[in-house]
Design a protein around this ligand. Sequence first.
Ligand SMILES: [Zn+2]
Length: 178
Amino acid sequence: MKECTACNETKSYDEFHRKSYAKDNCQAKCKVCQNKYNTKYRNEIRPDYWNATDGYFSNKDNWKYIAEYRRADKDIIVYLLKIKDWFYVGMTKAKLNVRLRIHKADYKSPLNHGRMPGLHNLWDTMSEDEINESLNSAIILETKAGSRYLGYKTEKKWIQKLKHDGYPLLNDKHNIRQ
Ligand SMILES: [Zn+2]
């Protein structure tokens, strides 16, 4: 049993997310409180687009759009990952779930390792569960039709916006981790 630092309720260990570097392998906040905290930043940045129980993807009509969109598989997706207290902005013209799997494969591959030091160095300090959790945190920031060039411009726009708003970013190209 463990007391949650947010709601102060005493709960069993499986009601806490795992955290590899903590003494008892658990986060300080219980899952309910941690999830509330996680939705807070989503709501601040892009409340209409988050794909959890509330927000953009809770509307079934939007699922239809996404299904069609995925079939077309040509549009730009700019997405945001939350990794611990850091954020990473990415852009893809592939399906988002495919891009996220590629992120993980790149990270695991000895050939590609180090290509994205900001993201990969932080993942090095994290457990497999935590890495998966960071990939599952993906929010779509913006989708639009257009070229890869426009995609990078859109990605850069979001990087600059989030940086301006004070979010710590892991992006190497535009914003080196301090
Ligand atoms: Zn709690």
